[in-house]
Design a protein around this ligand. Structure first.
Ligand code: C2O
Ligand code: CU
Length: 509
């Protein structure tokens, strides 16, 4: 890591001296239209997206995807996945897969109640899908491996954003056995659902922090190990981690802050396998939201663990010193089996820098005491229990089979899921189609209600959550979100029957 980083700094330094020109063929001609709600610096540098920035440059947001509809409450966008050659590392070009010519893809910003249409074109040499992680939508729009889009084909994703689902989401491919590869090649992007009225004052500026990591060869190409090598076996076991950490498309960018200022950070873990333990030097912060949006009340935290696929919203307050710098870091987190722990697992890694201006202090804003009401799912309503036993590569001792339904439930039912990790490494568990409420971890009741679609199951731990199948029927995936594990078959299918369909639960269980 350190070595690699010094290498990058060297390239930058040499580049700066010789005035190294950035390749111009990467310039984007459209879609640098930034969403109103995300204030950032990329608006001032149209065409600069994916020109690898030097560490220390101001954080920029991926451009918002252009809405071509002029009808109210309607969002119509086009999304293309295709091979591209972009600059991810300063001074280097890399073969990638990109959405609309960018890594990460453009941000999809919508509002509750919007009717969303995404015209998707697959220009990749292989099949793919687009999965809208965490969004409640009709089965046909879920982009699961059951709706693969062949090379050259188009697919229209259509859904309405349900009330109450404001929050931070993301999108990524979900083809059978190929998700880790396609996400690793660059296919992932952020999605933000705004409420009709935000409980947080809009004097608070918003930052998007889309976290990912990747591994490169000396030449700057993406590094995927040859099958059968030691590295390939390590990646199968741990999931593929990279030593270069990206925030949006940048390495170690800077966020400017004024003393007293409050900022809202929307953080997404889009890494295929890395789990982040995030902390800001010299600061606590307010944890205000999870996968399915805001909590009822802010919670003060020193650090936060964000597993793969999970999102967090936090409020960072400028309580540091004027003119000083603080690093937002990922602290060591041991999610591994002892014999396959990567060498650098116990190192703290820098994610981004927070830089205080010399400007006059503003008065520290009051954080709202309540954010919104999170309606409880009543455990008294639960009519069934699903037990999910996670072992290495398997759920309930089975590997994924696209032609098999693992669990069948009637539409409208409420159930408790008991998920238990039987092995000595973490497995983050994700359910499609619904948001659920955690009840307990290892028998300890959870202290407050929140909406989740992904929870980490640390080594040999158990969690219980409650879910109401109240939105759409269909076949919904549940799986480990370490993408190599998912691809290897650590996934199953929950079928929620049509409202008028007879339950076949008796026969299948
Ligand atoms: Cu983020 Cu089934 O995936
Ligand atoms: Cu796993």
């Amino acid at each position: 890591m350190r070595k690699h980083f010094i290498g990058i700094v060297l390239i930058l330094w040499v580049g700066a001296i010789f005035g190294m020109a950035q390749p111009t063929q990467l310039q984007l001609t459209s879609q640098v239209n930034n969403g109103a709600a995300l204030q950032d610096s990329s608006a001032e540098m149209p065409g600069k997206y994916n020109l690898a920035s030097k560490p220390g440059e101001l954080l920029r947001h991926p451009p918002a995807i252009e809405n071509v509809s002029d009808k109210p409450n309607t969002v119509e966008v086009s999304l293309v996945a295709e091979p591209d050659r972009l600059s991810l590392l300063p001074g280097k070009l890399t073969d990638v897969y990109a959405y609309n010519g960018m890594v990460p893809g453009p941000t999809l910003e919508v509002t509750e109640g919007d009717k969303v249409t995404i015209r998707f074109k697959n220009n990749l040499p292989e099949e793919t899908t687009v999965h809208w992680h965490g969004i409640k939508l009709p089965f046909a729009a879920d982009g699961s491996p059951l709706h693969a889009v062949a090379p050259g084909e188009e697919y229209v994703y259509e859904y309405t954003i349900l009330p109450g689902s404001a929050g931070t989401y993301w999108y990524h491919p979900h083809p059978h056995h190929r998700t880790a590869w396609q996400v690793g090649m660059g296919l992932y992007g952020a999605m933000i659902v705004h409420p009709k009225e935000d409980p947080l004052p809009n004097s608070i500026s918003s930052k998007l922090i889309l976290l990912s990591d990747n591994r490169f060869t000396e030449e700057g190409e993406l590094d995927f190990p040859d099958p059968g090598t030691r590295q390939a076996r390590m990646d199968e076991m741990n999931g593929r981690e990279g030593d270069v950490l990206f925030v949006n498309d940048q390495i170690m960018p800077t966020i400017d802050i004024r003393k007293g200022e409050t900022q809202r950070w929307r953080i997404i873990n889009a890494s295929g396998a890395r789990i982040y333990r995030l902390a800001l030097e010299g600061h606590t912060f307010w944890h205000i939201g999870s996968d399915g949006g805001l909590f009822e009340k802010p919670v003060e935290k020193q650090e936060i663990i964000l597993s793969n696929g999970e999102r967090a919203e936090i409020l960072v307050q400028g309580t540091g010193q004027k003119d000083a710098e603080y690093v937002f870091q990922t602290l060591p987190y041991d999610r591994y089996m002892p014999h396959t722990r990567p060498k650098d697992w116990s190192e703290t890694k820098d994610v981004l820098r927070v830089s205080y201006s010399k400007e006059k202090t503003t008065k520290l804003a009051q954080i709202p005491k309540t954010l919104r009401f999170v309606p409880p799912i009543d455990t008294v309503e639960a009519t069934g229990t699903q037990t999910m036993l996670l072992s290495q590569g398997l759920i309930n001792s089975k590997k994924m089979d696209l032609d098999r339904v693992d669990v069948t439930v009637p539409y409208g039912a409420t159930e408790i899921w008991e998920v238990e990790n039987l092995v000595g490494m973490d497995h983050p568990f994700h359910l499609h189609g619904f948001q659920f409420q955690l009840i307990s971890r290892n028998g300890q009741p959870v202290t407050f209600r929140r909406w989740e679609d992904t929870i980490n199951l640390p080594k040999r731990e158990k969690a219980r959550f409650i879910v109401h199948y109240d939105t759409y029927p269909g076949k919904w995936m549940y799986h480990c979100h370490i993408l190599d594990h998912e691809d290897d078959g650590m996934m199953g299918i929950l079928e929620v029957l049509q409202p008028n369909q007879q339950s076949t639960k008796m026969e299948t269980q």
